[in-house]
Design a protein. Sequence first.
Length: 311
Amino acid sequence: MAPARQPSAETVAIRRADGESRTLAASLPRLVLEARRIAANVIHGLHGRRRAGAGENFWQYRRFTSGEPAQNVDWRRSARDDLLYVREHEWEAAHTVWLWPDRSASMAFASKAARDSKLERALIVGFALAELLVAGGERVGVPGLMAPTANRNVIDRMAQAMLLDTATRDSLPPSFVPTALSEVVVLSDLWSPAGEIAAMLAGLSAAGARGALVQVVDPAEESFPYAGRIEFVDPEGAGAVTAGRAETWARDYVARVALHRDRIRADAAKLGWLFSTHATSRSAAELLLYLHAGMTAHKGGGATLNAGRGA
């Protein structure tokens, strides 16, 4: 009898993230109410829909502005006093949000200080965010893997699409043309060359899309807590390098990471994208709340949330 095949690390991570993201999404309104008092925003979806625009639901009355068509006046409301009022409706246009949880080989890394591997954290947050978006009336897609959908079983669809995917796992999303005004959320360790990341941002922004870059990192990748003779192996096949006294590399390593992030942050800011970093020693709910707040401000035309270390 042949031995039973063991599931791959990615399969295990997807299955685990599937379950944990459901728990996280279900508990998010409570977390928001306790920590940020923004449960109402979560109920109405990621983008904060309460603003004027095309829709059927009444939002508010506002004063009539000289020069706009007289047909906009709500004469019944205006008859109550000497002022003219316009009836505004709530903005209800569904948007498409493209989610990219990086599933490349480097994302499997997890040190003892981490709660999850980078892969697990990206999947947990990506799945939970998808569920919340769909609950808020948005459509969610995965570039090159899943067409946008508003199906309530979006987590199942995403997980199944990933489990059946046999293509090479790239760190950055494949080249595609999102619809204008759509949003893109990239959850990756972003250790790709800064030039490649800049090219990706430029390509996506050319169609009018904006979004958020989240660098998901392990705590060991932040502080470089190594000493003595250590061999570092690139999980994506770029070779290996041996450090005789690894502790002497720490200062240069931290400086190079800072420069890499500064370049990404500057390129993102030029195009109106959010950028933050998230360590897997921190809470997944914290990142989910960060994305909620940042994308709501983004959509509403507020200041870009670019908090350096971020969530």
